[in-house]
Design a protein around this ligand. Structure first.
Ligand SMILES: [Fe+2]
Length: 229
């Protein structure tokens, strides 16, 4: 099945190789440099024992890294151009996500991206900055099942029903290797589970859509025009 069909009519998500890994490696190197580290494993180990406040402080170092979203888009330009063409609206700032191991750490609530006000024409790229060897990844719920839950909640007038809360415990994250990316549509329910490790999980994500599709609540404060190189 083609990426377009898989993303729109099929499962709604797909794991794919990052075609320009050289550029993605550069993105990771620049990210490490701004964080003051040379090695991703050393950074992960340090972050694993930090308080949330310390992690926030570290993230301030990324404020000047404002070319990261274009770099990620260009690293995956074959995927983006198949879904949206070369003229896109891309999230201004790449999201960098740190997940700390341990039962008490915050977990991403099961959600779908449309909840945050992006348009139904938006897609998300999510890639770890290292291999995912433990449960420190994200689980994804196939489109058919995601839509059934969304419709069920809408019919019952519920938000975060027991079905959603159960997902926080019984889902298995998708194992990705460094150099792979998952692309998913904004209707796919996803979240993460607690995990045990002495290393934190670091990943990045970026949202994009065709410039010819309408924007809804998220406007040009959130997106910028970009033409893939
Ligand atoms: Fe999300």
């Amino acid at each position: 099945m083609s990426i377009v069909n898989e993303l729109i009519y099929g499962k709604g998500y797909k794991v794919l190789p990052i075609s320009n890994l050289k550029l993605f490696n550069k993105l990771r190197s620049l990210f490490l440099k701004r964080m003051g580290f040379k090695d991703i494993k050393v950074l992960r180990k340090n972050i694993a024992t930090m308080s949330n406040g310390e992690v926030n402080k570290l993230m301030i170092n990324l404020l000047s890294f404002n070319k990261a979203s274009e770099m990620m888009a260009d690293s995956c330009k074959d995927i983006i151009s198949k879904l949206c063409g070369r003229e896109i609206l891309v999230q201004r700032r790449l999201n960098t996500i740190f997940n700390l191991p341990g039962k008490e750490q915050r977990r991403q609530w099961p959600h779908y991206e449309l909840m945050s006000g992006i348009s139904p024409f938006t897609f998300v790229l999510w890639a770890p900055l290292h291999d995912l060897d433990d449960e420190g990844g994200v689980y994804y719920y196939e489109q058919k099942n995601s839509l059934n839950i969304i419709k069920y909640e809408q019919k019952k007038g519920l938000v975060n029903s027991p079905i959603i809360l159960e997902m926080m415990h019984n889902k298995k994250p998708t194992k990705l290797k460094y150099g792979e990316v998952i692309v998913f549509n904004p209707f796919i329910l996803h979240g993460n589970v607690g995990f045990n490790s002495n290393l934190a999980r670091i990943a990045c994500s970026v949202r994009f859509q065709s410039k010819f599709k309408p924007l809804f609540q998220k406007n040009t404060d959130f997106f910028k025009y970009y033409k893939l190189t």
